[in-house]
Design a protein around this ligand. Sequence first.
Ligand SMILES: *Cc1c(COP(=O)(O)O)cnc(C)c1O
Length: 234
Amino acid sequence: MSDFTLNLQDVEANIQAACDRSGRERKDVTLIAVSKTHPVPVLEEAYSVGIRVFGENKVQELSDKIEALPKDIHWHMIGHLQRNKVKYIAKDVDMIHSVESYRLAETIDKEAKKCDRVIPVLLEVNVAEEESKFGLKMEEVLPLAEEISANLPNIRIEGLMTIAPFVADPEENRSVFKSLRNLSVDIASKNLDNVNMNVLSMGMTNDYMVAIEEGATLIRVGTGLFGARDYSKK
Ligand SMILES: *Cc1c(COP(=O)(O)O)cnc(C)c1O
């Protein structure tokens, strides 16, 4: 069996174990295979063993891969997004995880309208307030959700996303995931138009099991499936 298939078996076993520990069902957690930096043949292999949800963090790479791969794939934009690049992905992207300003939301809304669609998005929250990371502060999330809800009919907020700090022990991130979940419950209680809080995108290779135990519905796993990324080739 290929490395990818073996890795996938491990990740699937871990997801199931985390679901069992927390009384959740496997079907309520979606595994996003984060394929950034990996070439098309590697994604084709993942596709051949059943992967249909991929995550990418660069617009050019995402559009090239959309072009090259089968049409039944769901593509998630998980990286920082510049406003002038939204137009390149507006037609085909399934979800944008990285909305962190009204101006970006406005651009997504405008491009979505041109494509005659509603784009599902997540608000990115920098829960730990790390200097090096993008994302909203906790207290900025509800005001932005309200503003988007009131003004931008071509985007629909489906939930929240966070990139937790890089830590040696994933338990250290449990409180981060709990905070994101609590915030989503808070916002859900406001019943804003066009705002759902059914999606929590949290957990990466190092900490996805803890994230699932704390309610993640989307986990973003790269290294754990594809192995280490080689940035020197780019
Ligand atoms: C690269 C990336 C991931 C995957 O990280 P791994 O540690 O390789 O699993 C997840 N989320 C985002 C936003 C990323 O940029």
